[in-house]
Design a protein around this ligand. Structure first.
Ligand code: ASP
Ligand code: MG
Length: 417
């Protein structure tokens, strides 16, 4: 069997939903399909939560009304308004009930209860559309399958429980030859509270299913030809890469390339399941295959991370940044849940480069001032090039000043001011 994952951009217009329908229809054999929230729905739902948690119930309801209208219009355009109505109304009501109350629990909890509805709405509409157009499928609420802990917004999967549910509820449907259509990114606790697995987490959900169902392959359908060696929005001559191995993709994700959700690779690698990245705009084009091969002659892979912060920590009493102090620092990173993108140790100083999440930068600085004098520089760019050559790196650095540099045989990172 195969697992397909379609991202939000693939179902952002009625025409694109029809296109997804024809891609699914052209495949034979058992198939599990994971579909994301439509277009920018997740961002829109985040705004609903912010308004609600900020005490502005009216604004939260008004913003949610916009999301309702969009989904009803989508169902109407696809000719399945009547079929989708009951399910959509149930999900709308679930959210509206919650928005009518005052928040009594923490922000992350409400985030997950509201944001999860994006995938439920989109899959409900797409499932009805497919059923009405000759692509019979079985819609499953993934919250009945994917069990997680209650670490809201970054929930961890309970694998044994989830595996048992897949066997009990998903496997029989696939064995009967039906297509299973379900959501990514969301799950539920043992108390039936909704959870989410982290933004862009649908790739990961698809990989969890692929692992548990021992799929022959997973395909992620995107709006690009496959994995590229740089962001095509930044580099018009970004190149398509035909073949990669799991290790390279994990490295790329680690350095910030927005290719595939970083958690996706492990469940696939563990069972040797190939991952294909293909274009839903050109389904016949070859795409990229990611598997367990050794791949030679990769082009340079370029990642630009903007909005970086340099935090310089100088030990207060001029004592060396010894193991003790370094360990303390890593405990602080852990407490604040903030991983530096690059670190460098000196005699009495420690440098780290971070994403500019204001709250977390403040929290980190606050903890660190116990031991260090802290100095912060904002507005920097971290350039990473894997499989680099010097000419390319100096071309990419251009006129910018290089503040910090780190390199191994494979990878160079330069912090640019
Ligand atoms: N809809 C979620 C997001 O936009 C999950 C996903 O698309 O993977 O982050
Ligand atoms: Mg997405």
């Amino acid at each position: 069997m195969k697992v397909f994952k379609f991202g939000g951009a693939s179902v952002s217009t009625p025409e694109r939903v029809r296109n997804v329908g024809s891609i699914i229809a052209s495949f034979e054999g058992p198939l599990l399909v994971v579909i994301s929230a439509m277009g920018k729905t997740t961002n829109a739902l985040e705004k609903v939560v912010t308004a609600f948690f900020g005490g502005d119930k009216e604004e939260a309801l008004r913003l949610f009304e916009g999301i309702k209208t969009e989904h009803l219009a989508m169902a109407r355009d696809l000719g399945v308004e009547a079929q989708a109505a009951v399910q959509l109304t149930d999900f709308f009501t679930e959210v509206e009930w919650l928005l009518h109350d005052k928040p009594v629990r923490d922000h992350h909890y409400y985030y997950d209860q509201v944001v999860c509805v994006g995938e439920l709405l989109s899959t409900a509409v797409v499932s009805q559309y497919l059923n009405a157009n000759g692509v019979a499928n079985h819609w499953i609420d993934v919250r009945d399958i994917i069990r997680t802990d209650d670490n809201f917004r970054d929930a961890r999967i309970d694998w044994p429980f989830t595996a048992a549910r897949v066997k009990e509820l998903v496997q029989p449907v696939l064995s009967s030859g039906s297509i299973v259509l379900t959501q990514g990114f969301i799950g539920a606790t043992g108390e039936n509270e909704s959870t989410t697995l982290g933004r862009e987490g649908s790739d990961y959900t698809a990989a969890v299913f692929a692992n548990l169902l021992e799929a022959e392959g997973q395909t992620i359908w995107k709006d690009v030809q496959g994995v590229m060696n740089a962001d095509p929005k930044q580099y018009p001559d970004a190149q398509w890469i035909r073949e990669l191995n799991y290790r390279e993709v994990i490295e790329m994700a680690y350095y910030g390339a927005q290719v595939i959700h970083p958690k996706t690779i492990k469940p696939l690698q563990n069972k040797g399941i190939p991952l294909y990245v293909k274009s839903f705009l050109d389904p016949k084009a070859e795409g990229t295959v990611i598997h367990n091969a050794s791949v030679a002659d990769l082009p340079p892979i370029i990642v630009h991370k903007q909005k970086q912060v340099l935090m310089e920590l100088q030990s207060k009493d001029f004592s060396f940044v010894s193991e003790g102090l370094t360990a303390e620092l890593y405990r602080i990173f852990d407490t604040v849940k903030f991983r530096p993108n690059l670190t460098q140790n000196g005699a009495v100083s420690f440098l780290c480069v971070l994403d500019d999440h204001d709250e977390k930068v403040q929290a980190l600085a606050h903890h660190a001032t116990q031991y260090f004098n802290v100095q912060i520089t904002r507005g920097l760019t971290l350039l990473t090039v894997r499989h680099y050559n010097d000419a390319l790196v100096s071309q990419l650095c251009g006129e910018s000043s290089s503040i910090l540099k780190q390199q191994t045989k494979e990878t160079i990172q330069v912090l640019l001011g």
